[in-house]
Design a protein around this ligand. Structure first.
Ligand code: SAH
Length: 427
C-alpha cells in the first residue's frame, strides 16, 4: 500500500498529516510523494483564505483525473474544508471516499481503519513508526476556538475549544523525541488557554515537557493578547527549554477596525502587554499577523497599522489581504469594499515597512553569539534557528543536524542571519 498525504495551511494540518502518515506507516504503508501511484490519498485542506481554498480545489481536480484512471484509489479529505454537512462537498467531489471533520477528535487510528483494509495487512506492534526524523515538529495541544472574530472561519470548522490531555501530549512528544526530534511547537488556536478545561495551564504543560530528556526546545503558537497572562510570561522567562519566541496576532493597529473584527482589546492594551513581556523576557522574538483591507478600513485606519508596526517593531509580520469567508459575521454584515488594487498596495506597504524594520533588528544581532538548533541543509549551507526564531545559515565540516551549535553572527538580512561556528569543529 502506497500512501500520499498532502497538507496546506496551518501547522495544525502539518501535525495531523504527520500523525496520519505515522499510522499509515504502522499499517504497513509506504510513503509516496506522487499522487499517481498512491493507493491511499489524504488531503489536509485549508479555507482560511481564498488562495488556500483554490489550491485545495486544484489538488482535488488532479485527484479526480487520477482516480478516473485508477478507481481503486482511496481518497480522504480532511482539514477545514470539511463542513458539518458534507453533502455539498460530496456532490462537488464525488470521488472522495471519506470526509474527516476536524471537529471530531477521533484518534487518527480510527480514521485510518476506514481507509485501509487492515485484514489483509500485518499490523506492526511497536508504537513508533520507523520514519526519518525531523528536528522540529508541531504537536497539537488544543483544538477549536470559543471566540468569534468576525472575519474568521476557523471556529465554524474546528468547533469550540477543547484541550488534549497532558498525558497524551507527553506520549506523543516522547515518541517524537525517540525518533530524533529535538524541538516541539505546541499548537492551539489560542494556545495560551490550553488546559483551562482540564484544570491545568500551558505553563504547567511546558514544565512537564521540560522533563523529557533529549528534548532541547519548546515553542508554542498562536497566542491571543487577552489570554497571555503573567504566569505564562514567567514560564517563558524561567523554563530553560521554552524559547523566547511569541506569535501574538494583533490583526490591525486601529481601535475601530479591531472593534469591527471583535478582537476584544484595543491597540493600547496590546502595546502595554508587549512592554510587559519584553521587560520580563529579554531577547524576546515577537511576530504578529495583520489583515489589510478589512471591510470599511479607511486609508487613515490603515496608516494607524503602519504606525503600530513602527512603534512595536516586530521581528516578523505575517500579512494577508482580507478575504471574506462564507458564513462569517463580517461576510454577512458588511461589503468587502476595499478594492483589490488598494488591498495589494496596503499589503506591499506593510511588507516594505516590515522588511526595513526586520533588517534593522537583525543587523543589531551581527557580532553576537547565538545558540542554533540545526535543522538541515539548504543550498550548501547548514541552517537552524536561534532561540528567538531567526533562521541562521553557516558552514560546518561535519553534519550538525539535531545539535545546538554556537554561532557567531556575521551578517543579516530582513529574513535571515549568516554566521560561522564560534567553536570550530573538525571533520
Ligand atoms: N487564532 C488566530 C487565527 C489563526 S488564522 C487569530 O488570532 O486570529 C491565521 C491568520 O490568518 C490570522 O491571524 C489572520 O491574520 C488570517 N486570517 C484569518 N481569517 C482571514 C480572512 N478571512 N481573510 C484574511 N486573512 C485571514
Amino acid at each position: 500500500m502506497r500512501y500520499h498525504v498532502w497538507s496546506i495551511g496551518c501547522q495544525m494540518n502539518t501535525a495531523d498529516a504527520r500523525r496520519m502518515s505515522d499510522e499509515l506507516e504502522l499499517c504497513g504503508g509506504e510513503a509516496s510523494d506522487r499522487l499517481d501511484d498512491a493507493d491511499v490519498v489524504v488531503l489536509y485542506s485549508c479555507v482560511v483564505r481564498q488562495a488556500a481554498q483554490t489550491k485545495v480545489h486544484n489538488e482535488l481536480e488532479q485527484i479526480r483525473r487520477v482516480k478516473h484512471r485508477r478507481p481503486g484509489m482511496r481518497v480522504a479529505l480532511a482539514g477545514c474544508m470539511v463542513e458539518d454537512d458534507t453533502s455539498e462537498l460530496a456532490r462537488r467531489y464525488p470521488f472522495v471516499d471519506r470526509f474527516l471533520s476536524p471537529k471530531l477528535d477521533l484518534a487518527v487510528r480510527d480514521q485510518v481503519f476506514d481507509l485501509v483494509d487492515l485484514d489483509e495487512r500485518y499490523r506492526l506492534d511497536p508504537e513508533d513508526a520507523e520514519r526519518s526524523s525531523i528536528v522540529s515538529q508541531p504537536v497539537t495541544v488544543s483544538q477549536g476556538c470559543n471566540r468569534r472574530c468576525t472575519y474568521c472561519i476557523i471556529p465554524f470548522r474546528r468547533g469550540n475549544e477543547r484541550s488534549r490531555h497532558p498525558r497524551e501530549i507527553r506520549r506523543e512528544v516522547e515518541s517524537l523525541v525517540r525518533r530524533g526530534t529535538c524541538e516541539v511547537v505546541l499548537l492551539g488556536q489560542i494556545v495560551d488557554r490550553y488546559g483551562r478545561d482540564l484544570g491545568t495551564t500551558l505553563g504547567d504543560l511546558c514544565a512537564d515537557l521540560s522533563d523529557v530528556e533529549q528534548l532541547e526546545r519548546i515553542r508554542f503558537l498562536t497566542s491571543y493578547p487577552v489570554d497571555f497572562d503573567r504566569p505564562l510570561m514567567e514560564a517563558v522567562a524561567n523554563l530553560p527549554k521554552v524559547c523566547e519566541d511569541v506569535n501574538l496576532p494583533i490583526q490591525a493597529g486601529d481601535d475601530t477596525v479591531l472593534r469591527r473584527m471583535a478582537r476584544g482589546y484595543k491597540v493600547d492594551f496590546y502595546e502595554r502587554l508587549v512592554d510587559e513581556m519584553r521587560s520580563l523576557i529579554p531577547n524576546l522574538g515577537l511576530s504578529t499577523d495583520i489583515i489589510v483591507g478589512f471591510c470599511g478600513e479607511t486609508e487613515q485606519q490603515f496608516e494607524n497599522t503602519i504606525g503600530l508596526l513602527e512603534r512595536v517593531r516586530f521581528d516578523v509580520v505575517h500579512v494577508a489581504m482580507y478575504s471574506p469567508r462564507t458564513g462569517t459575521a463580517s461576510a454577512n454584515m458588511w461589503e468587502d469594499d476595499v478594492p483589490l488594487t488598494e488591498k495589494k498596495q496596503r499589503l506591499h506597504e506593510v511588507e516594505r515597512v516590515q522588511a526595513r524594520i526586520a533588517s534593522e533588528i537583525n543587523g543589531e544581532m551581527v557580532g553576537s553569539r547565538q545558540e542554533i538548533l540545526v535543522e538541515g541543509t539548504r543550498q550548501g549551507k547548514w541552517y537552524g534557528r536561534t532561540r528567538n526564531n531567526k533562521i541562521c545559515f553557516f558552514e560546518s565540516p561535519v553534519d550538525p543536524t539535531g545539535t545546538v551549535m554556537t554561532v557567531a553572527v556575521t551578517g543579516a538580512t530582513s529574513w535571515s542571519l549568516q554566521g560561522e561556528l564560534a567553536v570550530p569543529v573538525t571533520a
